[in-house]
Design a protein around this ligand. Sequence first.
Ligand code: ADP
Ligand code: MG
Length: 600
Amino acid sequence: MYFWVWIMASYIQLLPDHVANQIAAGEVIQRPASAVKELLENAVDAGARNIQLIVKDGGRTLIQVIDNGSGMDEFDARLCFARHATSKLRQADDLWSLRTMGFRGEALASIAAVAQVEMRTRRKDDETGCLIEIEGSEITRQEATACQQGTSIAVRNLFYNVPARRNFLKSNQVETRHIFDEFYRVALAFPEIAFSLVSQGDEVHRLMPGSFKQRIVAIYGQSWNEKIIQVNEENTSIKITGFIGKPDFTRKTRGEQFFFINNRFIKSTYLHHAVQMGYQDFIPAGDHPIYFIRFDVPPASIDINIHPTKTEIKFEDDRTAYGILLSSIRKALGAFALSPSLDFEAELQFVPLPSRSTEIKAPEIKVDPTYNPFDPPKPAGTSFQMNKIRWEELEGRNEPEQLSVLPAESEHAEKSLPWLLHGTYICSQVKSGLMLIDLQGARERILYERFCTRTQQQGASQQLLFPTLVELSKADYALFGEIEDELQALGFDYEPFGDSTLKITGVPAEALNADARKTIEQILENYRNESGNQHLSNKEKIAKSLAKIGARYSDRFPGTEQMLIIIDKLFACEAGNSSPSGRNIIQIIPMDELATRFAK
Ligand code: ADP
Ligand code: MG
């Protein structure tokens, strides 16, 4: 009996504090952006009116937050790094009247466990401030110092003592993007506080105190003034305010979508659904609205305690929240006087007009306005005659040079002309039955493979008659920098035009019919959404969105000879049976399957 107790006692040991802290830190600090969030929120809780964020190398080497808030005395300056040290919560009941962002007292302890931290802090009425250095949970220096009122915390070499975490981090660009996202969430939640953001020594944002709308516009660009409309709704327990995108400014993937409850950014699929329902009759299915929506509720009516990183929140009465949100969205869109019968196809014919501020230069390169990437190639010296090619010619000796005979595997040996079903599927007879080809998918595939193999020397750019100005958010401008080389190789020509604005002067010929601004925005949006995809190169990611755009803006009703070319090119593709986004392109309905439909 004693023997066993002895054995067990020798196996079970209490973890040393710094190890326990490191393990606990993993929950709170997953990546540099989590530390950014905690430090910014502490500054807000300290009543700061001005908060600066400085980062280097995606937050790996440096994250520094400087605030002009309350500051701490030397006793608190030491204590704040202890686990469960918080000034914001005294007893469990306080959780229900919480107005601060933090309350767990875990953030600073966690950060100090996995980084080298230097803090300077001074309260308004104290003559001297306090400097503390702490590294892997050990205080290595503490002394009096002269410093400004408020607190500055510099976090260096995050995860220096947790190699597993460090290796798990993504590229600096990806980590920087996460940091920007956290910065936006806090800056949007508190428009009355001034914020600035410096990354790699460049000041990316300087946000002045202002209204919620001014803050949105300051972050995303002046043009957003025109993109958003106001939401306003109130009942006895919930107040909803904010802005939502006009129906013609939707995204193809989820982009700027923000809910704030009592100034806290939250995610909620349930509330998101309410917004979607509100937009239902106003935007095409599959489009994603932009929204910035704030809820003000009595703190006791929400439970923010259900998730360790606190981005999920439970409403006491979430059905009421859903209902009032839905009606606020419908009301706002209705007031914007948009009838549900909008003709979304009209966009296809949209011809971009030069904006007044656009400088108009005489184009130096002739543009062929009839250019269509899916047109049959024109034999030199002759003009191509419509409806001239017959299937027989394809197989016969007089076959036009560039139209190769379809590979045998295509089964396309039977003589029949393809026809178009509802502008969507090319139908054609094959040996075993009926072949259906998805038109959009086929074009995407053909363009995708063409873009992927394109190199700069091929001069695929068409100069725009009217250069288009594209104003990007700072984050998108940085993103643009990441893929500049690929965009140029694909045929984009542009010049920088002031602060985070581009003047697009040329686009790939295949995207000439599309609005250049939307093309760039869409490429950036898709690129951002594919950032985690390790299987595709940057060029492939861009080619994917560009192919989609090029295909969408091609002739909706190709003629017979164009369809033949499409079939031909599709079968010459490496992966002709699936679109770049993985949809099936070709379906064959066998004769016997058809026969069963006619069976008695
Ligand atoms: P929490 O925010 O959950 O209380 P933290 O670990 O983030 O826990 O911070 C611990 C305590 O340190 C806070 O409760 C606060 O009293 C103090 N503190 C942290 N950051 C600041 C700051 N920038 N200015 C003043 N006090 C701060
Ligand atoms: Mg905190």
